[in-house]
Write a protein that binds this ligand. Structure first.
Ligand code: NAD
Length: 485
């Protein structure tokens, strides 16, 4: 396999070369909007993982000994190429997983921002010197890389999740073997070619495509991999944690969410409604930080319902490559059917369907997995849809009596990733740190992490956290040196 035929057939990227998978089998990648075949991607296997880990291991010594500036320069070059090819990459993201082009452009910008942050921080992986216990002794606490990192990512941000793992891993001096999601691996594969162009040395970045069973599990179980960083569902995260136990490797898990979105009676209602709709329908609701439960104070509930309904009805659903599209298809038929079943169950349990609640039909809709933007009102805390992650374009409105009621219902949840609060009352805002049990809280704004923040879920939402200086810490370990002359 060479670079020349990559547009239709993608190989694996191991030790700086595009190679055939050992089984020489491919999977078709299809657009969820049109059903068109976009490319054929190699099905990797345990044998390929073995080769990739060996290559990453062999490259580690030279890469980790490079100066911080040298590692930064390569990451800056990679970022510049991502920006040079931003439009092309955005089209690939839209085509392979269905998010509207305008959102895909934002994703490319975020991916570049993650590379910038990592490059800026190669020189800031600082340790400590503490007083020794013997005369003249100094104790050095040094931050050093782990070695080979294994990355496993989800399909909903195929480029950003790729750089979210590659950038800090390489910045800290590790090498990496990464597995993109089998549904949407193309943006990561194209970015890998840019990484090659940027001068990332052979073996430092290796990409093995394939599914969880054939590639993910062998990567997690491999004794040569020292840290697994995974983004995906909670169920898979738990399996990965169990599989990593045998080799006692570190795991960082960024998992599902069920974000509450609290709107109090003193909030700027127009701003809150705008943000609530954005936080729910962006990427067709397929974001870990999506507004999964909207809690609205009883005094403004009716007014707020009308406001969001108007905005939902004006969303333009269609081909994601059309620049005017607000919402594309669901990523797969399976995902669409899962969402529809959840909506039907909620209705059977007493929720009121205001709009949507069905698969869209006719014209372009017949070619893809389009689900109507949906609004359910009269949603109660005992309904199943309030407990499980919907991950689709379905807004749930629940009436709350006061702030305490909102906090209680928001916290009554097995997930703990993101939360939103709209209020102008400083006293309420001050209670967030102690009373709202989520790792990331957006106050008076819609979602969207910053590369210098810390994206971290509590409870079933994960372990470890990513981004910013705290996220970078995952990619180093501490060595203690008792220094005596
Ligand atoms: P998924 O769990 O189906 O897949 C995630 C990755 O794990 C894929 O690459 C898959 O091939 C791999 N995998 C599957 N089984 C495996 C196994 N046994 N061993 C090793 N690897 C295995 O998740 P998904 O459908 O791609 O993603 C959607 C989920 O991801 C949602 O729950 C969403 O909330 C979550 N997510 C979380 C974040 C975050 O930062 N917290 C970000 C994006 C998505």
């Amino acid at each position: 396999m060479t670079n020349t035929d990559h547009k239709t057939h993608y190989g694996l990227f191991i030790n700086g070369k595009w190679t055939k998978a050992s089984g020489d089998k491919f999977t078709e990648i299809k657009s969820p909007a049109t059903g068109n075949v976009l490319a054929q991607v190699s099905n990797g296997s345990k044998k390929d993982v073995e080769q990739a880990v060996n290559a990453a291991n062999a490259a580690f010594s030279a890469w980790s000994r490079k100066t911080a500036e040298e590692r930064a320069d390569v990451l800056y070059a990679f970022k510049a190429l991502l920006e040079r090819d931003a439009d092309r990459l955005a089209r690939i993201i839209s085509s392979e997983m269905g998010k509207p082009l305008k959102e895909a452009k934002v994703e490319v910008g975020f991916a570049a921002g993650l590379l910038r942050f990592a490059a800026e921080n190669t020189r800031r992986l600082e340790g400590d010197i503490v007083p020794g216990s013997r005369p003249g002794e100094k104790i050095l606490l040094e931050k050093i890389p782990h070695g080979v990192v294994g990355g496993i990512s989800a399909w909903n941000f195929p480029l950003a999740l790729f750089t979210r793992k590659v950038a800090p891993a390489l910045a800290a001096g590790n090498t990496i073997v990464i597995k993109p999601h089998e549904l949407a691996p193309l943006a990561a594969l194209e970015a890998t070619q840019l990484a090659e162009e940027a001068g990332i040395p052979a073996g430092v970045l290796n990409v093995v495509t394939g599914d969880g069973k054939d590639v993910g599990t062998p990567l997690v179980e491999h004794p040569g991999v020292k840290l697994i960083t995974m983004t995906g569902s909670t169920a898979t995260g738990k399996k990965i944690m169990a599989a990593a136990a045998n080799t006692l490797k570190e795991v960082r898990l960024e998992l599902g969410g069920k974000a509450p979105f609290i709107v109090m009676e003193d909030a700027d209602l127009e701003k809150a409604a705008e943000a609530a709709v954005l936080a729910r329908f962006t990427n067709a609701g397929q974001v870990c930080t999506s507004n999964e439960r909207t809690y609205v104070h009883s005094a403004i509930y009716d007014k707020f319902s009308v406001l969001v309904r108007k905005k939902i009805d004006s969303l333009k659903v269609g081909n994601p490559l059309d620049p005017s599209t607000d919402m594309g298809p669901k990523v797969s038929l399976l995902e669409l059917e899962k969402v529809h079943a959840m909506v039907e169950k909620a209705i059977s349990q007493g929720a009121k369907l205001e709009t949507g609640g069905q698969r869209l039909k006719g014209g372009v809709y017949d070619q893809g997995f389009f689900y109507a933007p949906t609004l359910l009102t009269d949603v109660r805390e005992d309904m199943d849809i309030v407990k499980d992650e919907v991950f689709g374009p379905v807004m749930l409105l629940t009436k709350v009596s006061d702030y305490d009621d909102a906090l209680r219902q928001a916290n009554d949840c097995r997930y703990g990733l993101s939360a939103y609060v709209f209020t102008n009352d400083l006293k309420r805002i001050m209670r967030i740190s102690s009373d709202l049990h989520f790792g990331e809280v957006y106050v008076n704004r819609e979602g969207g992490e910053a590369p210098q923040g810390f994206h971290h879920g509590y409870k079933d939402s994960g372990l470890g956290g990513e981004d910013g200086k705290y996220g970078l810490e995952a990619y180093v370990q501490t060595k203690t040196i008792y220094l005596n002359a």
